[in-house]
Write a new protein. Sequence first.
Length: 422
Amino acid sequence: MPRYLTRLAAAAGLLLSTGVGAWAVEISISCSALGKEYEVCKEGVDAWAQKTGNTVKIVSTPNSATERLALYQQLLAAGAGDIDVFQIDVVWTGILGEHFQDLTPKTQGVLEQHLPAMVDISRVDSKIVAMPWFADAGLLYYRQDLLEKYNRKVPQTWAELTETARIIQEGERKAGNNDFWGYVWQGRAYEGLTTNALEWIASNNGGTIVNATGEVTIENPNAAEALKTAAGWVGTITPEGVLNYTEEESRGVFQAGNAAFMRNWPYAWALAQGDDSTIKGKVGVAPLPKGGADGRHAGTLGGQLLAVSKYSKNAEAATDLVMYLTNRDEQKRRAVKGSFNPTILTLYEDADVTKASPFIGNLRDVFANAVTRPSGVTGDNYNKVSTEFFNAVHQVLSKRSEPEQALQRLDRDLKRIKRNGW
Ligand code: GLC
């Protein structure tokens, strides 16, 4: 064989063995960037790029889930192929599902490994339109050191939380920290407020806005009572600024050492325990409080999925990236590094995962009691339902409306949406 051919054959062999081929493509993926999320996503996609010889571009997205949805709706409605892989919220499959590839054939033998609730959420009309990536549930973060200092227990009911938060706040302010608050959470008028308010209401036996058969159930005294309690926190144990907080603003206050309690998702754990955190080693995690003695612990089920756009020009490579990022090894790495809660069940018993997030074993109960938002039953109307709900709640929190009136109006508005079809 002439020398140049031998060289060519050797080069081709090398390319094949490293997986780099002439078919290498560029895939773009939208990752959210809460806390460490961008960094952890980048490490995952870089590893896939290295393995396959493809390149990946990350498009970062707004922190507010509501703004992110609006961006995706715009891109997808235009049939834009700019983003191949979308990180989507568990409540968006009904809204966006028609724009995604059917992944069902690729998921045979894989789905059984995942939390059933997350698999249910990934399906639209029996098609898998996205792969489960990580599961979220609302959690109560508390300052263990301060509970000890003030000789208080982890609160089991919202009334106990209110009292303990007030005691610690008064004590810390007397001791000189005027910026100290009892309880921080997410109160901006966006999807995050829907998740918080659903927890207050469901934990107080006030239902889930719309029930499993599609009836609007929100106008009830237990729901009104729950909203009244929450409105009472604003300006007392919670800063007024909470009315504009998303996850990251509340984490900012808590992680700076300026709050006794915080409601947030699991991702906040890895950051609170980070080397640069002022509260490292001082934090505990528990289920959110119950509405009262006969209420229940109710964390909202959240989480994120990965979907492949129908308009992708490289759907095969994009699907391969999705399957890689959602596989066991990558979910484990993300759980250890960023406390992103796996959707693969066996990881809840994995020693490295439980070492990194010691509370993760208890999360099984939190998930068993988790409340789901009515996204399945309201389908592509979910965003309208949620928007009416968070706006009504925001009015109550900002004292522009009494809970009863707000819920009465909300009931009327939701029934109007329902009449147009769900
Ligand atoms: C988290 C959850 C998601 C929820 C959002 C609200 O990203 O994973 O399900 O809708 O927070 O802010």
